[in-house]
Design a protein around this ligand. Sequence first.
Ligand code: ARG
Length: 588
Amino acid sequence: MEKIITLIEKELIPAFTKAGYDAKYAKVTVSNRPDLCEFQCNGAMAAAKAYKKAPIMIANDVIAGVQESSMFEMAEAVNPGFINLKISGTYLAEYMNQMHGDENLSVEKAAVPKKIIIDYGGANVAKPLHVGHLRSAIIGESLKRMGRFMGHEVTGDVHLGDWGLQMGLIITELRKRQPELPYFNDNYTGEYPQEAPFTISDLEEIYPFASKRSKEDDAYKEEALEATYQLQQGKPGYRALWQHIMSVSKTDLKKNYGRLNVEFDLWKGESDAQPYIPDMVRRMKDEGYAHEDQGALVVDVKEESDTKEIPPCLIVKSDGASLYATTDLATIVERMKLYQPDEILYVTDKRQEMHFIQVFRCSKKTGLVKEDTKLQWLGFGTMNGKDGKPFKTRDGGVMRLENLIGDIEEEMYHKIMDNHEIDPKEARQTAKIVGLSAIKYGDLSNQASKDYVFDIDRFTSFEGNTGPYILYTIVRIKSILSKYRAAGKDPEEGKMQSAANASEKALMLELSRFNAVMENAFDEAAPHKICSYIYDLANVFNRFYHETKILSEEDAQQQASWTALLLLTQKVLEICIDVLGFEAPERM
Ligand code: ARG
């Protein structure tokens, strides 16, 4: 459906042109003075210069041209030349009805769907998921859902860190603890066991142990580096162990991401890109893009317009090892080959900015992607504790994701139990759902690039700009509608009529912005815009709710109109929280 702003502009255009002014001045915005009007056009101000006329004269000319229009309840020219507009209640109600009848509740799907890969999550295998990975998962998941809602073909790839030194460390430590395992016997020719010789809890203990030891013991570190090298060269026993580490870790990761409502289509990782490296490097050399610099192989990526120093992209280290950039470049080669995306979007900590500048420039320059393939990076800020420092556990350790989720659920559970009488089992279930909204909304409501303070008290509050407040609003609507349905009536059938009061009109106006908000939030990769929209929407809804006696209304048509409006509000809120990646309970 066309956006309401566009429809208003279309109504104004003939008024501009008939009076002899260019159509381009018929630009409409939502009013920044809601006390005076709902929409405004400042085109007369802009046109004044071109036509050497007082803006108020132009505004008056335009107003004269829309006097007959049934779209406006008010259209007036105000000094020094503003055009203030109020939309007619009937027109707005009609827009609401059309919106309600529309498959996507007024949002227009992309005319040309794009193939988009979103690279997010980025967990490192064998290392426990910690809060640092939380933001990537939450933001990336939301962008994926937004893209799909807009009609794009979006694939989410977790892009695991599964090829680094951590693998060598684990292998080395296992070798010390269980040297008798067949993986360490070079003469072993049989099949390796199906079952892993460790559990996820073992891995969680082994990795930090080995990592610590390697920092204190050089010989140990050498061994781990050697094991990493042999793994990467394909030593069979180590490959088999690596498979075990992968499968045990993936099972655990899936469980954890699952608790966050985060789901990946692809479980690929750095290891998958390795086969593409040799050819890619050779080509970069042969075609003259890469050159040697102090024994290393680099591609220059600086550009004349740079205002800061962009160092060359390091492709191969002087000892022959490949790097983070090498793997990311090869992953681009792999993705272009297997999926031919129009766009790849990466969601990582903002400290990786330089890395992505280099990788993107290098890909374009060396032709790994097409001229028009869009490579986009969204860098997010740090999640801090109340002390303004990166979020930690009470004793200063790195907070595990599981524990963080557990803490929030516990807090939510107590709030729900305190609120009213409820079966403890149901309260537990509800606490899970509401707790997730607290975490996700708490994160997503901030502009991604900014740091934010993770404040459990605030995030779990039922009041203010929080996930639980949004859910509370949805639950409130559900409860009214279920009473309405219990009386044998169907809110789906009601037609909205012209708003009966100001708060109802405000609610309709807010709903009419939905298509524009969703489109813009996706274009700008900005889930926080959806959060701020639903916060406004929930507020105007609650104002309307407090001022309107819906269930006791005697005029059946009026009641049907209001319940239809409630249903539409519920649907819009639910789509929004769905793209944010959480859901509402039945009661809370
Ligand atoms: N594993 C990386 C980390 O923990 C994140 C990976 C992000 N994606 C990428 N293609 N580089 O920092």
